[in-house]
Design a protein around this ligand. Structure first.
Ligand code: FAD
Ligand code: DLZ
Ligand code: SF4
Length: 506
């Protein structure tokens, strides 16, 4: 055999670089389910089921396409539980001349790949992952010499590079960014689309049995399981989103609504990250909808920005700073993650709802992640490592390259402002403005301190005051600090005492 082509669980793309120049007649594909990957963090049951089922379907598609595929299931006899172990076994079975793989999305796996040649005695070729629009090298040259690495400037470069939503040299609609128009609060009477629910087939049924048997103690509900597990079904989910969700995506991008888990969000991140959908194609489809008059510019621009802006940018930040990015703890926060992140048992309605739907769906939309669970953890001084492990485990779309910058950088400000220009810290007022959670809450969002006050209120001030030395030079916080300084000392003490009582109870 000539080449052994090793495809990882988040590389399920038919145009993956390792297959491009491969030969169906003399090369062989290897895919493996291994315990190391299933346990390096406590994954949600649905996340494991999604990836294993999508991997098995992808392997079947490759076989029908004429490829020779070796597929190792989790419980196959002799499974060594690791990528390296399975690669060694495959090399012993097939004696390839060379191993070919696409670079890993996580530093942990990249480091293991560096030892593959020595471990197997076979030459290893690692290819760049060209499914991203911006290579690691390109991001590095963009970042080199810049004092500040703000997403907005990177995003404009990506718009120019891809030509998405461009009128010649100018941005379509006359502005690069329509974010200011994308902050409408949602109303309960909105008619909301539902993400497509896919039927469970025999392959998925086997995987659900496997997850039930092997990961019973993991967080999350396994069923109902409705994710797409093939490119074809993921495309159907994309079609449905473009038709039904995209037109209002922009307007309500930052909104939250009790009982509504998805609003106008696409629920496509898991498919894009696993390789079932190509980010470039997704953006092209969204741009087409705008050009055909089926979606307004604020929706199309808002969506495209998330993909060619944020998604590419966080990957750049991750690799620019790997592996140390995940060791950062700017505020020195040490509190363990409160138990209610796992149980949802808290009187805070916004947190309860966000955790409950995370448990049910392995999904929460961005503002729930950022302004509810993330915001609370930062205000309460939770250790960012613990927060990171939670986000990396509980969402079906979570891989470290995308989760870590969102957690350490955007949500916890644990990188000291490398990614965000100020901490996304907010009192209950923000949540009340953007959602109806407060209407059904035992706490009173208008009450600032004392029994029954919304915990976000005193925690917000306590966070700012506790970390004043670290934040006092941030110009975007100067108004908040002057408001604090104008309060009389009795009021200040009430805030801090209230916060301390809440923190003690955690
Ligand atoms: P939509 O709102 O429909 O957005 C469209 C697409 O844009 C998404 O599918 C996604 O591919 C991309 N996107 C949007 N925002 C971001 C972002 N900030 N970073 C990267 N891509 C983005 N996203 C992940 O894909 N994996 C993660 O593990 C992850 N962890 C996060 C952790 C925290 C603390 C926070 C605050 C955000 C995290 N995000 C993560 C970003 C974002 O919340 C999700 O991409 C989004 O909620 C996925 O839902 P959706 O597909 O409905 O997105
Ligand atoms: C997340 C995950 C899980 C749970 N299991 C596997 C697996 O058994 N086999 C596999 O190839 N990939 C799995 N993955 C995805 C990998 O963790 C992912 O490919 C690496 O994190 C590299 O980005
Ligand atoms: Fe959340 Fe406070 Fe509103 Fe309750 S009152 S839902 S805790 S923001």
């Amino acid at each position: 055999m000539r080449n052994l082509i090793f495809i990882l669980g988040d590389q399920l793309s038919h145009n993956i670089a390792s297959l491009k120049n491969a030969d169906r007649d003399c090369d062989r594909v290897l895919m493996v389910e291994v315990m190391d990957e299933a346990t390096y963090v406590g994954h949600h049951k649905k996340k494991i089921a999604f990836l294993f089922s999508a991997m098995r379907h992808f392997a079947e598609e490759l076989k029908s396409d004429g490829w020779n595929v070796g597929y190792i299931k989790l419980n196959d006899p002799g499974n060594t539980a690791s990528f390296t172990g399975e690669l060694k076994r495959a090399c012993e079975r097939h004696c390839p001349e060379r191993i070919i793989a696409v670079e890993a999305g996580e530093y942990r796996v990249k480091a293991a790949m560096e030892n593959w040649q020595e471990e197997t005695g076979v030459r290893v070729k690692i290819l760049e992952d060209d499914r991203f629009l911006c290579s690691q090298k390109e991001f590095q040259s963009w970042a080199d010499g810049r004092k500040s690495l703000r997403m907005e400037y990177f995003y404009r470069e990506m718009r120019k590079k891809t030509g998405f939503l461009m009128d010649g040299e100018e941005p379509a609609g006359g502005k690069w960014n329509f974010d200011a128009e994308n902050r409408k609060p949602a109303k309960a009477e909105l008619s909301l689309p539902r993400p497509r629910r896919m039927r469970v087939d025999d392959i998925t049924r086997d995987v659900l049995d496997l997850v039930r048997d092997n990961f019973a103690e993991n967080f999350g509900d396994l069923e109902p399981f409705w994710f797409a597990v093939t490119r074809e079904k993921a495309e159907a989910a994309l079609d449905a989103f473009i038709r039904e969700g995209l037109p209002s995506f922009g307007d309500f991008q930052d909104a939250m609504l009790e009982g509504e888990k998805f609003l106008y969000h696409s629920v496509l991140s898991l498919y894009i990250n696993a390789g079932l959908l190509d980010p470039h194609d997704v953006c092209r489809r969204v741009e087409r909808a705008y050009l055909d008059g089926d979606a307004p510019i604020n929706a199309a621009e808002g969506f495209v920005r998330q993909i060619i802006g944020w998604r590419e940018y966080v990957r750049g930040i991750y690799w620019l700073n790997a592996p140390n990015y995940v060791d950062q703890n700017y505020f020195g926060a040490e509190r363990p993650l409160p138990e209610f992140y796992w149980t949802g048992e808290t009187r805070m309605n916004c947190v309860r709802a966000s955790v409950a739907q995370t448990k049910e769906e392995a999904y929460a939309h961005h503002i729930q992640r950022l302004m509810v669970t993330g915001n609370f953890a930062m205000l309460a001084g939770v250790d960012p490592q613990a927060v990171h492990e939670w986000y990396l485990g509980v969402y079906a779309d979570a891989f470290e390259w995308v989760e870590a910058p969102n957690t350490f950088g955007m949500s916890q400000f644990a990188d000291g402002g490398l990614l965000a220009s100020k901490p996304y810290a907010a009192s209950g007022n923000y949540i009340n403005k953007m959602s109806n959670y407060c209407e059904g809450c035992e706490y009173d969002v208008k009450k600032k301190t004392g029994e029954g006050a919304c915990p976000f209120n005193p925690l917000y001030w306590d966070f700012l005051v506790r970390n004043r030395n670290k934040l006092k030079n941030n110009r975007r916080l100067s108004r908040a600090y002057s408001t604090w300084d104008r309060m009389d000392s009795k009021r200040q003490k009430e805030y801090r005492d209230s916060a301390n009582r809440i923190l003690d109870r955690l």
